[in-house]
Design a protein around this ligand. Structure first.
Ligand code: TYD
Ligand code: MG
Length: 458
């Protein structure tokens, strides 16, 4: 009997080594090497149509002779998902959806499966039984698509057998970590299994032109479990995120070969599945009758999508020795930097104060244009002076307190204008080339943080 061939794989990045190593030379993680059996079983077991001989030989072709495939996009029936995918599902694409457990990945995919009428879809689940899926389906819709098939199976060879019989037009796999291929001996979820199963599905998707969705789990530190190369193999990586205690969920595209990355879709988790939120500003701005201190509104951009979002701050004297700084939905380091700017440039004594910052709706913001709104909210709370809810802000703040320009300012202004805001504060360096007269909203261009405070707090 042939000796089993094994190798050691870093469970964090997929680096392969012949011997065990304490520290991964590729990603510098400690203690991540695990021995896995890599010897392929006899080639008798067919993978996705294993007859390589029959595959047509590739030949070089001229760019202008290659047929364009732009119109081969298929709407999924879910407007938010279509937007994130860049305008629909591309034939033969492999899409990875990552997210924490319980965030709603299975719900999102099952909902897509049940609502997609007129297209044959196969939903492969290695995590739940048919009964469990049926129960979930009953919550989501009363009239499921007649072309939605459920398969509970984890062996890729069996899955491909069923696919050949059924000939589905879309395949969903929940989740890639539960699959195993008979070509590899290691356990499901290990680096080499995940890689092999993805490669088989990739081959299937490309050869048949069938779009395939893969659900992937996320590790504690937020990366998609399994090797990083998984992200390189697939065409599109979507991340489903949100605070589990909030109802809003965000579908973000991290990588997309067929559309803009950093595109965003918003859903609300309800008792009967996920609801698409087409106007995010409405839910991110709280309805209130009186003006409260500590609140400022930022004109943000997430992907290509403008939205107005509320930032809330609370500044109070520290009860204990070390003041606390805590931020939800915003980078704490950036908060500390902004507080330092306030101390140094504007003379506010905040070093003995607790500062709490909260972004509405459980959303995580990375757009630097929120800086100015964060500073205004902090000072508003510190001085206990409310800022009119008819004002909004869109600018980055630099280390010397200068108000910096942000990208796509016109989109932000137009959105604020549409929602009936009376004035928007932007950097004066953003004024170039925009036609102020086009908007009803008053555009206040500023260059220094002190100037803004003068205008708002007098
Ligand atoms: P699920 O899709 O199972 O998450 P994942 O596949 O990412 O692990 O989502 C489960 C959560 O969603 C669970 O806590 C219950 C909630 N949920 C609803 O609130 N409404 C619904 O209609 C459904 C189906 C689930
Ligand atoms: Mg699930």
């Amino acid at each position: 009997m042939a000796k089993t061939k094994t190798a050691y794989f870093c469970q964090s990045c997929g680096y392969e080594s012949a011997k065990w190593l304490g520290k991964c030379p590729s990603c510098n993680q400690w203690n991540t090497f695990v021995e896995e059996i890599v010897e392929k079983n006899s080639a008798a077991i067919p993978s996705w149509k294993n007859d390589t001989s029959a595959r047509k030989l590739s030949k070089p072709s001229k760019v202008d002779e290659i047929q364009n495939s732009t119109e081969r996009r298929m709407p999924t029936g879910d407007k938010e998902l279509d937007r994130v995918l860049g305008g629909g599902l591309v034939e033969g694409s492999l899409i990875l959806i990552g997210g924490e457990p319980g965030i709603g990945k299975s719900t999102l995919m099952l909902q897509l499966a049940l609502n997609l009428k007129g297209k044959k879809l196969l939903y492969v689940s290695g995590e739940e039984s048919e009964q469990q899926i049926k129960m979930r389906a009953e919550r989501i819709t009363e009239s499921p698509s007649a072309d939605c098939y459920i398969l509970t199976e984890t062996s890729t060879q069996n899955i491909f057998k069923q696919i050949e019989i059924l000939q589905p037009q879309i395949v969903v796999v929940d989740s890639i970590q539960t699959l195993h291929s008979a070509h590899i001996d290691s356990t499901p979820g290990s680096v080499s299994q995940v890689r092999e199963c993805t490669a088989e599905l990739l081959r299937f998707a490309k050869e048949t032109g069938t779009p395939v969705f893969l659900i992937g789990h996320i590790t504690k530190d937020g990366a998609i479990a399994g090797p990083k190369i998984l992200e390189h193999m697939v065409d599109t990586v979507l991340q489903f995120e949100g605070d589990r205690h909030h109802v809003y969920r965000i579908l973000r595209s991290i990588k997309n070969r067929f559309g803009a990355a950093a595109e965003l879709g918003i859903y609300e988790m309800q008792g009967s599945g996920l609801r698409e939120v087409s106007n995010p500003s409405e839910i991110l701005l709280s309805q209130r009758d009186e003006e409260l201190s500590g609140i400022a509104i930022a004109a943000m951009l997430e992907g290509a999508r403008p939205m107005l979002i509320e930032t809330q701050a609370l500044v109070s004297s520290a009860a204990y020795g070390t003041p606390q700084r805590s931020a939800t939905g915003f980078d704490t380091k950036r908060l500390n930097m902004l507080l330092a700017v306030l101390e140094k440039r504007c003379g506010f004594r905040l070093s003995a104060q607790d500062v709490f910052l909260n972004i509405a709706g459980g959303i995580r913001v990375e757009d630097p244009a929120i800086d100015l709104a964060v500073l205004i909210a902090i000072i508003s709370s510190h001085q206990d002076i409310a800022v009119s809810s008819k004002n909004c802000f869109a600018a980055e703040v630099g280390l010397s307190g200068e108000i910096r320009a942000v990208n796509r300012i016109e989109q932000r202004i137009a959105e604020a204008d549409k929602l009936g805001f009376e004035s928007i504060y932007i950097s004066k360096y953003n004024l170039k080339g925009i036609d102020i007269k086009k908007y009803n909203i008053e555009i206040k261009a500023v260059s220094k943080i002190e100037e803004v405070f003068g205008l708002i707090f007098g």
